[in-house]
Design a protein around this ligand. Structure first.
Ligand SMILES: [Zn+2]
Length: 213
């Protein structure tokens, strides 16, 4: 799933657990992706390009069910017992797991059970069908906005970023090539997307008019 719709998940959590900081919720839903960026820079996790098409391929440390559950438990323990904030502890843990669950729905079969075994791998493979991927992701983002009862700026943000993702979803033959030449390109693009979508979702989810600073 693309950055904007992971970020949109934080809207559901904010609505459900309003005392939680939106800033922290946005981190929770992308924590797994940030790990992937770091591991990709370090060469611990890597992509592969087969017949010109990009595959995320090897990401068992950041994107496994085991990692999601472990990170959720650690985050819950720290926030609940360390900071005595039960609502945020629950919201943050769900945020972490939401990333794994959503990626299992959209990824190819590249989501591992744990980093310690090669099989089984999960992934419904919706990303292989770009237009279905685009439609479902956009509908999901809009659902998050609707559930949150966001303003029109937030809606425009969600729709616009989904449209901007379309060229990457469609990725024609050989479009994956540049990513195999330099393994810093893709994680850098993803990192920039995470930060930009964080900013706009954070800014336009605030209750006052976005035109007021
Ligand atoms: Zn991911």
């Amino acid at each position: 799933m693309y950055a904007i719709n992971h970020a949109a998940t934080a809207l559901i959590l904010k609505k459900r657990y309003p005392v939680s900081s939106m800033f922290l919720l946005l981190i929770s839903v992308q924590l797994v992706e940030l790990l992937w960026v770091v591991f990709s820079y370090l060469g611990i996790e890597y992509i592969s390009v087969i017949n010109g098409k990009l595959h995320l391929n090897y990401l068992p440390y950041s994107h496994s069910i085991f990692t999601g559950v472990t990170l959720s438990l650690i985050a819950f323990s720290i926030i609940n017992w360390g900071y005595k904030n039960r609502a945020l502890a629950i919201a943050f843990s769900i945020g972490i797991m939401s990333h794994i669950i959503l990626d299992i729905i959209f990824h190819e079969k590249d989501m591992a059970l744990s980093p310690f075994s090669n099989t089984p791998n999960f992934g419904l493979g919706i990303s292989n069908y770009p237009y279905i991927d685009f439609t479902l992701e956009t509908m999901y983002g809009i659902f998050c906005w609707w559930y949150f009862k966001g303003n029109k700026y937030l809606l425009i943000t969600i729709i616009l970023f989904n449209i901007l993702d379309l060229p990457m979803m469609l990725g024609k033959d050989n479009s994956g090539k540049p990513f195999s030449v330099n393994h810093f390109i893709l994680p850098s693009i993803i990192l920039i997307q995470i930060v930009i979508t964080w900013y706009f979702v954070w800014r336009y989810s605030r209750k006052k008019s976005p035109l007021e600073l």
